[in-house]
Design a protein around this ligand. Sequence first.
Ligand code: B12
Length: 272
Amino acid sequence: MKQIRVLIAKPGLDGHDRGALIIAQALRDHGMEVIYTGLRQSPNQIAQAAIQEDVDVIGLSSLSGAHKSLFPKVVDALKAQQAEDIPVVAGGVIPPEDVPYLEERGITKIFTSGSSTEAIAHYIKQLIDKDREPVTKPKKIAHIGIAVHSIEQALPFYKDVVGLDLSVVEDVESEQVKVAFLKIGESNIELLEPLSDGSPIQAFLTKRGEGIHHIAFEVDDIHNRLAQYKELGVPLINEAPKSGAHQSEIAFLHPKAAHGVLYELCQPADKE
Ligand code: B12
């Protein structure tokens, strides 16, 4: 695979160059060749530089609030010069509500403040190298795990009031927990009762009391996905899958990866 060439550009009068310089250095550290235009470039100048330098991708940075006007102008300038095949990614201080508009106007992906440089480099590599596996969405929410002191005492609410059917109750020795699954549409509510004082569920109950413990995503590529998340710098509780309920393979991401939510990846027994 040839070295990826990236043009990092700052359109308009914006003088904030810290983010652009950090991205330029991070992409170099990831083995890319980076050309930085410097400050105060017009959309036409950026398109011309991209063509002359024969880059694979353009990265725009804007913190001044002019992104809605300037980013689409770069896309238009590329089109006017028959160079619309050069993808444009962008970042900076960009309110989330502007992201759909910018993507509709031809910006391939927006990375807002706080985006990890690993995720940006990974995205660009995957954008250019079609053989790399893209990060795909999980298939569905497999279940929502709820920590309870006693499954027996919690069941009447879920069965008799909510009207859910109990599909299975089993012990998961690896987690020192007894689980009960209640099917709801394509997903399940999973009640979790500790089997011993050493159970992570007992620790959760002691610290926080009963309540939502985790959300599980169903995946069919748990090994690859964990490797991919690791490459993206996602903090993982389990770097390799372990056994979960119904012989599934499971792994937990650290809640600091996801704004305080504990996520589980869950691959049913017959997948992969
Ligand atoms: C540092 C700073 C400055 C420094 C700039 C130093 C420099 N050389 O960059 C100084 C003090 C000079 C400055 C001046 C001004 N600033 Co100022 N500044 C900031 C501040 C506090 C942090 C910006 C920063 O460096 N962040 C760190 C970098 C690493 O983050 P980042 O750029 O967002 O980059 C990340 C992502 O966005 C993304 N990314 C960024 N670029 C790219 C590009 C690509 C290709 C990709 C993939 C990703 C990507 O990846 C990075 C990593 O996650 C922000 C507030 C904020 N919270 O953002 C205000 C802020 C940007 N400034 C602001 C303003 C108003 C100004 C001034 C106009 C103030 C004034 N009245 O004089 C001037 C204008 C300067 C100018 N000539 O343009 C406003 C902008 C408002 C707006 N957008 O509507 C902000 C948002 C503050 C605020 N809340 O009001 N500022």
